[in-house]
Ligand binder design. Sequence first.
Ligand SMILES: C[S@@+](CC[C@H](N)C(=O)[O-])C[C@H]1O[C@@H](n2cnc3c(N)ncnc32)[C@H](O)[C@@H]1O
Length: 311
Amino acid sequence: MSLADAHIVGGPTPALPPGPLFAANALQEWAGSSFWMSPGDPILESIHHGGSVPPGPMCNLVGLVKAWDDHPEWLDFLDPGAPSHKQKLLERGIYEHHWGDLLPSTGRVMDLGGGCGRFAAWLLDRGLDVEVVDPDLRSLWRCLQHASGRPGRLDLHWSTGEALPEVAPLDAVIAPEVLCYCSDPDAIIKSVAQRLKPGGRLFCSVEARWGWAAALDVPAGTLASLLEDGVVHLPGDVWVHTYEETELANLLAPYFQVESMIPTHYVPSGPFELAAGEVDLEEILALEEQLRSHPKTAHLNRAWLAVARKI
Ligand SMILES: C[S@@+](CC[C@H](N)C(=O)[O-])C[C@H]1O[C@@H](n2cnc3c(N)ncnc32)[C@H](O)[C@@H]1O
């Protein structure tokens, strides 16, 4: 469950630099390749090969495997040619604005549910050591590709938050847009807290209930469940628990002191996307501030961004 155990599929496996962790600027020979490593949960191997799962949160991973076949350009959005490249980096800019000053300037950070490396790339560029965990192996292939050549050191773990790898004590954990897709977020929060150093911070975000419902990419036919319990489920495709503010606060409370809980409307990709039009980050941040303080729009945020310090 580490790059140390990985081998290239159908070709020679280049030597790794000393590690783990591995200097990202010495991973160029791995970039762009498909590699195999042991999964942290055996079900991930079956899903990777197109297997199905019972209805529930794991459906997201089945949906991801299918999406890599059907629309890879939407998933590898760090590729400058991807249709959502600009939008995804603008969204990251919102996170950088709120979280940038609170992240450690040195040390080891886990990027939980890191996907194709949108946040790992940012953390590596800050010179941090980054442990990326994701249950989708194809995402880890792209993550390595986008990480290679950057400063900082990297390791990759093919696993879930529920089966978190054992790693050296962490200075921070970042989990943007992840916990809302997981089957056991309470267990994840506990494991994250166990791996953090005393006083270490968790930076996370989840889809917010009412703004998510109003976003352009909401799946059709999910309104009834949104009104019922906020859990949206299309079997074999997608499962999302959309959160109210208090639900996220309660999730974190047993192990963390919440330092900030910021609603973001994701101006470039939330319910006001069309009305906003083409906007740069400065305009987005100003519009976000207005949407947050306007009584008619405040509750229509697309996501909750939380920073929490381990108790
Ligand atoms: C919406 S993407 C966010 C990716 C990345 N954090 C970002 O913001 O660019 C959700 C990610 O969560 C991962 N994921 C889904 N279920 C998970 C689980 N149980 N544990 C950890 N990650 C999970 C997916 O594979 C996917 O990469």
